[in-house]
Design a protein around this ligand. Structure first.
Ligand code: TXA
Ligand code: MG
Length: 319
């Protein structure tokens, strides 16, 4: 029996009883629980097999509630909240004492965002607590952008996926932290740097940190299919090199035909990076189901959302 349902009152009932519900957002589906319930938060870590050192994002209903969660808001953080919320930006700020250490993995900071999905905003408005929600995939696997992806991962572990259809943006939020009041990108994501810089000026990126990562999305291998996957900017050469194998292709816009290709997904025939981002994870899920020997992914143009997509692909292809 499917656990996918549109019943918001059922989701509220489960969440009030310390249970987990997968929720839709504009980026990816989240595995949500009450931030103040120790049982719920522990079961998020357990269900995802997520190491306890990786903190969770707190989801709130509106930017007016930010001051309930954090103790200090730098001017540029407020500008970002005003410009982008509800939307795919997560702010990392000093936490208020009421935020449990379990959520932040003992850090003095907390990650917060207002997701832009009508059903989840309705849900958050009706709950008396914010929701902790990491992406609803087992640790290091491909993130889910459709209710069925979550069901495939967790049908034996959770009672409900709140059905909000396919996620419109398709890759996770951009995470921004502050060091001496200056913003730093900790994770590239659905909001391109260029849009952020239009609001607050130049921003630096600290997207790679191999020891003690600031965000696990920064771990080298992440978002990964089970099938061996490589990233290339020379498709023809890579296809030739692997011609003795069952090849799956993930390409940006080209209709490339080659007898060696068993299966292929084109991300955006019209070369639109937003469309490509929204289809990326579903394409990886599809390719991973084809029993291929190798997935060859094409590097996208390295600007705007292309930069975020390339970041995810390079992590998906790390051994
Ligand atoms: O789009 C998204 O952000 C999705 C949807 C469900 O909202 N959520 C998501 O959560 O991607 P998750 O848990 O897969 O990634 C959260 C990231 C992790 O890389 C985590 O390390 C980072 O946020 N994070 C959380 N709290 C942090 C903190 N205090 N300092 C630095 N990074 C933090
Ligand atoms: Mg994740």
């Amino acid at each position: 029996m499917s656990i996918i349902s549109k019943d918001i009152s059922k989701a509220i009932e489960l969440l009030n009883n310390d249970e987990l519900v997968a929720i839709p957002t504009e980026t990816v589906y989240g595995l949500a629980g009450n931030i103040f319930s120790e049982n719920a938060v522990k079961s998020i870590f357990k269900t995802k097999k997520r190491p306890s050192f990786n903190p969770l994002i707190v989801h709130i209903a509106s930017k007016n509630r930010l001051s309930n969660i954090v103790s200090y808001i730098p001017i540029k953080a407020q500008l970002l909240a005003d410009a982008f919320w509800p939307g795919p930006i997560t702010l990392v700020l000093p936490k208020k004492e009421i935020i449990p250490d379990l959520i932040t993995s003992g850090k003095p900071t907390v990650a917060v965002r207002v997701p832009n999905h009508p059903i989840t905003l309705q849900l958050l408005n009706q709950l008396e607590f914010p929701l902790a929600a990491p992406s609803a995939n087992p640790f290091s696997n491909i993130s889910p952008t459709k209710p069925e992806h979550v069901e495939n991962y967790f049908k034996h572990d959770i009672k409900m996926v709140l059905d909000g259809g396919p996620c419109k943006r398709g890759i996770e939020s951009t995470i921004i932290g502050f060091e001496k009041d200056e913003p730093i990108i900790y994770r590239l994501g659905s909001t391109p740097i260029e849009e952020i810089e239009r609001v607050i000026g130049k921003i630096s990126i600290k997207n790679k940190e191999e020891i003690s990562p600031k965000a696990p999305g920064m771990l080298e291998r992440h978002y990964a299919p089970k099938t061996k996957t490589i990233l290339t900017d020379d498709l023809t050469k890579s296809i030739k090199f692997h011609s003795d194998k069952r090849i799956g292709l993930l390409i940006f816009n080209d209709i490339l035909n080659d007898d060696n290709i068993q299966f292929k997904v084109v991300l955006s025939e019209g070369s639109n990076l937003y469309e490509a981002a929204s289809k990326l994870y579903d394409a990886l899920h599809q390719l991973d189901e084809q029993e291929l020997d190798i997935i060859i992914a094409e590097k996208l143009p390295n600007y705007g959302l292309g930069k975020s997509i390339n970041d995810r692909l390079s992590r998906a292809t790390k051994c």
